[in-house]
Design a protein around this ligand. Sequence first.
Ligand code: NAD
Length: 488
Amino acid sequence: MQHFQHYIGGRFANGAAQFPSTDPATGEIWAMMPEAREADVNAAVDAAHSAFVSPEWADMTATGRGKLLQRLADLVAENAPKLAQLETRDTGKIIRETSAQIAYVADYYRYYAGLADKIEGAHLPIDKPDMEVWLRREPVGVVAAVVPWNSQLFLSAVKIGPALAAGCCVVLKVSEQAPAPMLEFARIFDQAGFPPGVLNIITGFGPTCGSVLTSHPKVDHVAFTGGPETARHIVRNSAENLASTSLELGGKSPFIVFEDADIESAVNAQVSGIFAASGQSCVAGSRLIISNKIKDAFLTRLKEKAEAVIIGDPNDMATEIGPLCTQAQIQTATDIIAASENAGASVITGGRPVAIRGNYFPPTIIDCSDTPDAPCLTQEFFGPVLSVVGFDTEADALRIANDTAYGLASGVFTRDLTRAHRMIRKIRAGIVWINTYRAVSPIAPFGGHGLSGHGREGGIQAALDYTKVKTVWLRTSDAPIPDPFIMR
Ligand code: NAD
């Protein structure tokens, strides 16, 4: 049995209590995790706050911060195989994906290492002859980062990277579902040479840990990734400390295929969009909106691919679908599919849990063309479950795509360039992928609107979002200040 610890103020510490973590592939408890409660959260925030005002960090040059982030990037790359194994063990995500994804996470730290000394202020051409006015970009302060269990190394990197590049200090609250890889990441971070308290990593439960953290008076910004219901709690919590928030939430993303698309390519992208990561992805293309002219041919090919997917041990490089992270997700998927069938939707393949030990659910395709209110078409949930709707015209495709309260990602498959441009303009989503899907990069902003949240992660803007602007006025005249009763 392995035991993990928190990382607070540059030291490893046990929490107020411990809780077990289950291996989703076997259902067995494999590790004990530390549980942070109020005193641990306070210690972590105090450590971040002390680091933020300490000369070691506050007076470090931006170039110095960049060098430390570069060292962290190298350490993440060196330790990627170990982190990938732990992520697979604790979440059930296949090793094929965790290995590739964590190796790429190093590039996110590299990107923000390079950006640290390019976060510039500005000089203003002010409308007064005897004044110099300029803007300084200063770090926003102590950041509470709260992440879910899926892709947590990646979801943490897009917060830690820009926040530290900007000069903030961070308390990262990792999901209680599978905290092992981020608690191990703390050991790697510790070797990079940052002053103690610049990053603190804890885990625990929503009401006793997450809530205390996000309402803490010394927290200046909350960066959250998770579900919309938790986001509502976070926003209510921020009424206590008036912290700014950025929210990366879920989606019910449309994947639109026109009749002129390259079918084989679109089928593969759809497999990647909903079956990869067992559909446990915020950007999952969970609504296939398909031209009725090719619907039957497309679904026949997709069904063949779905039924050929290799389901099994996530530690095996050949496996394409591993277990879902929790047993509760199996129940949710089963219930939503049953309710959708009751509403008239028809299951084309899958639909019931796989009868082997562990949290396995097969690739599932459900035709909802005649049931626009079927729960599988409207509710976000994690699982390899694709809901399908046919369309006749481009206007129909757009109407169906935008008929959602979410707005995170979207995909359009067409060879018609002018149609692609019309769709790009009119789709309500933070990301539009044309003839591709599920591509990400540290250079490209990522985020949504509506129920999918607000704020962007990745790219230059993410680093700017961890800064606040200070306006500086400097009078250049030696003459006495004129009439003091007039504001000018
Ligand atoms: P969740 O909202 O249940 O939990 C996310 C985190 O919030 C966890 O660390 C949890 O402990 C914490 N939390 C729970 N209650 C809290 C409270 N009251 N105060 C503060 N923190 C609290 O999400 P989940 O089920 O772990 O993850 C799945 C969700 O995350 C899905 O909706 C998915 O789409 C979304 N997601 C979004 C993105 C994105 O970038 N847009 C990426 C991955 C996942």
